[in-house]
Each structure stands twice: as structure tokens, then as C-alpha cells.
Design a binder for this molecule. Structure first.
Ligand code: CA
Ligand code: CA
Ligand code: CA
Ligand code: CA
Length: 182
């Protein structure tokens, strides 16, 4: 066999024996953690908490809004000119891995104090950084406890969360704007 034949044959053999890219996503089996699925490779976008490590880095990432947050500011406006803008407020929010939510807000204005014990569930709405919360609210007015529901839409960016929504009581609806940070 001459070199003229041998060299192309060797090249062919090398290509045939190189690492396979069975799903043809551009990543060979050496780097591709699932070489049977073209949507999974080191160049893919890895959606949080969908049970799939789409970018082959070894983890299915958490939502960026999970964790413990501090209340920075909140306004609650019942439309009667009376809101919590002047009140001293403090509070916290925790969003667990299973997206259950616990929010505590205490507000004091002069002699009056209000305390909100809020629980619920967060849902990612499909837009990165955006999520919604369905909430059950117990409002302690310093004697009476009122039950309410809440429906907030939130956006996460640069370690802050901004939410707008409402707290709905039998007596009416209160518009809420709340900001949290870490
Ligand atoms: Ca591949
Ligand atoms: Ca793949
Ligand atoms: Ca994922
Ligand atoms: Ca991953």
C-alpha cells in the first residue's frame, strides 16, 4: 500500500474513532452529559428547578428569588388617603426551595400598630426574574385579627425584590407596594 492511499485512510480512521456527538448538538460525549438529547449540553440555558441539569454543570439551579429577604419599604393604600407611607415598618420574607412563602410585616404609626402574618406560594411566571405570589394574610390590628387574601406580582434584580399587588379584605382592597433586599 502506498503512502498516497495510507494517509487518507488514516485520516478517515481518526475521524471515525473520534468522540461521538450522537445527538448532533455540537458537543461530543466527552463534554455532553446527555448525548441523546440535543437540548442538554454545556451551551444550553438551564431553567431553575425543572429537575434537569440542562447545561451539564452538575446542578439544577435554584430560582434567584429563593432565600431570606429583609423588608426595605412598604406602602399600603386603601384609597382613603390613609396609608402606611408614614409608618415605621419592619419585616422579612422567606421563600423556600418548594416556593412556599412566609412574610411578616409590622407597622407602627403613632399609637397604632398593625402586624401582617402572611403565608402562601410563589410561582415563576416564565419570565426570568418575575414571579407571582398567592397569599393568605392575617392582620393583627392590636386586638382584632382580620383575614385577607393577597395576589402579588414581583420582579427580582440585583439582590432586590419589588412587588406590587393587593391585600383583599371583606371591607375592601388595599394596594400594596413592597421592596425587599438581602
Ligand atoms: Ca452531543
Ligand atoms: Ca446533548
Ligand atoms: Ca434545570
Ligand atoms: Ca446546571
Amino acid at each position: 500500500m502506498t503512502f498516497r492511499v495510507l494517509i487518507p485512510l488514516t485520516a478517515l480512521l481518526f475521524v471515525a474513532c473520534g468522540p461521538a456527538d450522537e445527538d448532533e448538538d455540537g458537543f461530543t460525549v466527552d463534554d455532553d452529559c446527555d448525548d441523546t438529547n440535543a437540548d442538554i449540553n454545556p451551551g444550553a440555558t438551564d431553567l431553575p428547578r425543572d429537575g434537569v441539569d440542562s447545561d451539564c454543570d452538575g446542578e439544577d439551579p435554584p430560582h434567584e428569588f429563593e432565600g431570606d429577604w429583609n423588608l426595605v419599604s412598604v406602602t399600603m393604600d386603601a384609597g382613603d388617603g390613609d396609608n402606611l407611607a408614614e409608618a415605621t415598618v419592619s419585616g422579612s420574607m422567606t421563600i423556600e426551595e418548594d416556593l412556599s412563602v412566609v412574610i411578616d410585616i409590622d407597622a407602627t404609626q403613632g399609637e397604632e400598630s398593625l402586624s401582617f402574618d402572611i403565608t402562601g406560594d410563589a410561582t415563576a411566571d416564565g419570565v426570568e426574574g418575575d414571579f407571582d405570589m398567592d397569599l393568605s394574610v392575617a392582620i393583627d390590628t392590636g386586638g382584632d385579627t382580620l383575614s385577607a387574601t393577597g395576589d402579588w406580582a414581583c420582579t427580582t434584580a440585583a439582590a432586590t425584590i419589588d412587588c406590587t399587588g393587593s391585600v383583599v379584605l371583606e371591607q375592601g382592597s388595599i394596594a400594596v407596594v413592597a421592596s425587599f433586599d438581602q
